[in-house]
Design a protein around this ligand. Sequence first.
Ligand code: NI
Ligand code: MN
Length: 221
Amino acid sequence: MKIKWLGHATFEIQTGNKHVFIDPFITENPKSPIKLDDITDADLICVTHDHFDHLGDTITLSKNTGAPVACIFELGMHLQEKGVKVEAMNKGSFTKINDILVSLTLAQHSSQFGNPVGILLNIENKMVYHAGDTSLFKDMELIRDLYQPDVAMLPIGGYYTMGPKEAALAVSFIKPKIVIPIHYGTFPILEQSPDSFIKEAEKISPDTKIMILEIGETVTI
Ligand code: NI
Ligand code: MN
């Protein structure tokens, strides 16, 4: 699969001819490398919670492409009222949507419509865990025990989420093969560089590969 970081918490994952978006925050993202109109193909949009920097362009992108939005039930009901095609799920286990296996999982954060979540995607027999916005919580070990994530996308920017120290400990709970730090540098209030996260994580989780992506960079996994 190809994993493209579009800055902040936004990813495009391509597997075969399927395109999955997570938290498509593009138009209002000062660091976005693309414009919304650049996206012509989407098969699934996963949204972790309704804050503007995650819900982002979800409504327009879904309407433009016909891609359903997988999200927590209450947010799904809210989006459905706006004419959006939804998979209004809840946390617990995997569901196949447009041939993509997706599960919602715990995140410790806040939101207006329903609980915030993390996203698990089982693609090409690899497990991708996007933590959404969250503080550190010990049940990340349960995600490790159940699903053994190959890739974990973790917020490190602080103020709204884990900072570098907490995110480094999260890596030791999840033990992914690869960690991609996210949710930093977008706004002045967030941690601007991944350096202290790298230093902490290398110290306590030497077996995990830390992948620092440039905004707009694609990696194949
Ligand atoms: Ni948030
Ligand atoms: Mn956020």
